[in-house]
Design a binder for this molecule. Sequence first.
Ligand code: GRF
Length: 204
Amino acid sequence: MNLCVLASGWGSNLSSIIHSRKTGKISSDIVLVISNNSASNALNIARENQIPAVHLSAKQFSSEAEYENRFFELLKQYKVDMIILAGYMKMIPVRIVKEYKNRILNIHPALIPSFCGKGLYGLKVHEAVLEYGAKVTGVTIHLVDEEYDTGPIVIQRTVPVNDNDTAETLQKRVLEVEHEIYTEAIKLFETKKFNISGRRVFFT
Ligand code: GRF
């Protein structure tokens, strides 16, 4: 598969996916990296790895339609089969969600449907977990639909919350699991067939 990774921030998930490609854990090529944030480290990581890196933001266009057209054009130009959201802070245009139905993955640093939705991102997720007093958190990889964090779940993995955790220590441990299971999820889509019944995703 040809993967396009969308990222807004630091890009550790992008790095980990590139590493998985280099070490043969996945066979898909990362053909394009897009960020809405020109200062995103993900763009640097892509360039260092000779992967085309594009800063694409709706603010660069005079209309939403022009922005969507450019987005779509890029995906076609690089023959993208699957879109991987790795800390991407913007909604994907609905037209692209529809065109890439069941071919867009997102990662969330908690166990959906807990601690998710609009406004819950980054450290805020881990702060909310600690404030609630949850004893277990984790990582969710899900397919993307038109809403925040609501698409069918592909993989979930738990991470215990320790008594001495801060949002930062929890984030660090959760991130390690994120890196492991994003690779697993991509591999599932590479090597298995899947079907979806209601919200349940089955790999066969
Ligand atoms: C990760 O915690 C991911 O789950 C969330 O955004 C963060 C991105 O981290 N969606 P990074 O930029 O990949 O380091």
